[in-house]
Design a protein around this ligand. Structure first.
Ligand code: NOJ
Length: 547
């Protein structure tokens, strides 16, 4: 049986600050805007917030390139506004977790500026190597954002490793002084009252000592030498022992390319170092490795991923449930249908919100925001998208259409609050483009409509919170071979529910699993007004609760 911990009862809302809400009229989302919307977040039934980075940053990767870990960027409101938000959240019973990005810093961080000049104690804070035979890169690893993983520094006359953008040099976690810095940062925020961290690409922090050339892996060379690297668990144990254990906090590990078995080494409740894990398997049902390599959507891939994580973590660890965040295009465009926008957005909500775990909702997901589709590739901001566009061959129009489907910017446009200018996000021109569909997809409009996606999320979250079987019940999947339906049950000693989700544009015949007599059940959530028992409409979903 899983132990009682508060994070298991929470539903988190993810704020990607620069596009959430502008509160001071400069066109950029900020903490004043958040303060204004705390009641809204609470009205969704969300009682936790994950903030994507709020720290000072040159913005090479929208805040994931940090130049000061112990401050809040002035454009977001500084420490004063943060304290107010934290207090406001806590007063409403909401927990707050920060993004902790310690695999890398910004190249404008003081540590890096000193490291490149060999000023102690910073000399070995990063991963520096001389060129092979003079000028060649130390090995053939790829970065995930901008070509090769090594950049030449003309001051130090050495290469530094950057697994992401050139402006994001990787920290040398093998250096005990760097680990002390991480602990200082953790303590700083925990002492201020935050409730935990989402730890960015934390499985990358330990690189194999000899940094070998990679000959095998075609996707991103080198990844097998740093993902789940040799000392990652040792370092995470150290953070837990020296800091985290002293606080009533929890941590979420971001972990690209991880199997449930590997995940348990991090989050097994008996001896793990962290509590939750953001894994990516269910986000790869329409792509290979990452959104950038799209394939046709496969429901069977999605179901396999959902069920595998539900089953393999059951009783030993706790799942993180999500279908959107700032790194993926919008889910309706991917796994749903813009033609059946409303129905499919609701169905997708039901597909994950009744699983076991702690759910996360990404800003705008609750109103079914759709991908942004710019007319010109020059409009993209995201460092990864820009590089990919520039390095993909082919017809510019086709390339652009591919970006619509793959770019992280597709889901980073300002939240659509109402139908007024700039979607009510800001009184002035926003920092980024607003999706042109805002006159009909916006919060204000959906507040008025009892049948809206927004109100469906509210009902689904409320229902989830009322049902003990969703928290601890067994998970069983049915109709596993169906290419159209995802059907699962949750059951504990008191209750059972059946969740039925159609991923089809056509009508589909439906029969409840054996032993589930619908005449003894109440339909407690649905996305069509008058469901007919044996036929599901396009993208229909239903949740039945047995009396
Ligand atoms: C994962 C974050 O979610 C993403 O936005 C960021 O670009 C990379 N890590 C690098 O920090």
């Amino acid at each position: 049986m899983n132990g009682e911990r508060w994070y298991k009862d929470k539903v988190f809302y993810q704020i990607w600050p620069r596009s959430f809400k502008d509160g001071n009229g400069d066109g950029l989302g900020d903490l004043w805007g958040v303060l204004d919307k705390l009641d809204y977040i609470q009205s969704l039934g969300c009682d936790g917030i994950w903030f994507s980075p709020l720290y000072p940053s040159p913005g090479a990767d929208c805040g994931y390139d940090i130049s000061d870990y112990m401050d809040i960027a002035p454009e977001y409101g500084g420490m004063e506004a943060f304290r107010q938000v934290l207090e406001g959240a806590h007063q409403r019973g909401m927990k707050v977790i920060m993004d902790l990005v310690v695999n890398h810093t910004s190249d404008e961080h003081e540590w890096f500026r000193k490291s490149r000049q060999r000023i102690d104690p910073y000399t070995d804070y990063y991963i520096w190597r001389p060129g092979r035979d003079g000028m060649r890169r130390p090995n053939n690893w790829d970065s995930l954002f901008e070509g090769k993983a090594w950049a030449w520094d003309s001051t130090r006359k050495e290469y530094y490793l950057h697994l992401f953008a050139r402006k994001q040099p990787d920290l040398n976690m093998d250096n005990p002084l760097v680990r002390e810095e991480v602990k200082k940062i953790m303590r700083f925020w925990l002492d201020l009252g935050v409730d935990g961290f989402r730890e960015d690409v934390i499985t990358f922090i330990s690189k194999r000592d000899d940094l070998p050339n990679d000959r095998l892996f075609p996707v991103s060379k080198g990844i097998r030498f740093y993902n789940h690297g040799p000392k990652v668990h040792e370092y995470l144990k150290e953070f837990k022992r020296d800091v985290l254990d002293e606080y009533d906090c929890f941590t979420v590990a971001e972990a690209p390319m991880v199997t449930p078995r590997q995940a348990l080494k991090y989050i097994d409740e008996r001896d793990g170092q962290m509590e939750l894990m953001i894994q990516f398997e269910h986000m790869c049902a329409d792509c290979f490795f990452s959104d950038y390599m799209p394939t046709a959507f496969s429901l069977s891939k999605l179901k396999k991923a959902f069920t595998s994580w539900q089953k393999k973590l059951s009783g030993v660890a706790w799942n993180t449930l999500y279908i959107e965040n700032h790194d993926h295009p919008r889910i309706v465009n991917r796994y749903g249908s813009t033609e059946y926008w409303k129905q499919s957005a609701k169905m997708l909500a039901a597909s994950y919100l009744f699983q076991q775990g702690t759910p996360f909702v990404y800003q705008g997901q609750e109103i079914g925001m759709l991908n942004w589709e710019p007319v010109d590739a020059g409009m993209y901001e995201d460092v990864q998208t820009r590089w990919q566009y520039a390095h993909t061959r082919g017809n510019p129009e086709k390339k652009l259409q591919k970006m619509w489907r793959c770019s992280r910017d597709s889901a980073r446009t300002p939240v659509q609050w109402d139908a007024t200018a700039n979607a009510g996000f800001s009184e002035v021109k926003p920092w980024f483009y607003v999706n042109s569909n805002y006159p009909y997809i916006n919060v204000a409009q959906q507040e008025k409509d009892p049948d809206s996606i927004l109100n469906f999320y509210r009902r689904a979250i409320d229902l989830r919170k009322k049902l003990s079987c969703v928290r601890y019940g067994d998970y069983t999947e049915y109709d596993r071979n169906s290419d159209e339906l995802y059907v699962y049950t949750r059951q504990d000693h008191r209750q059972r529910i059946l969740v039925v989700c159609s991923f089809s544009k056509d009508k589909v015949k439906f029969k409840p699993p054996r032993g589930y007599h619908l005449e003894d059940a109440d339909l407690v959530l649905q996305n069509y007004p008058d469901p007919t028992e044996q036929t599901l409409q396009p993208y229909e979903c239903r949740v039945y609760l047995w009396r």
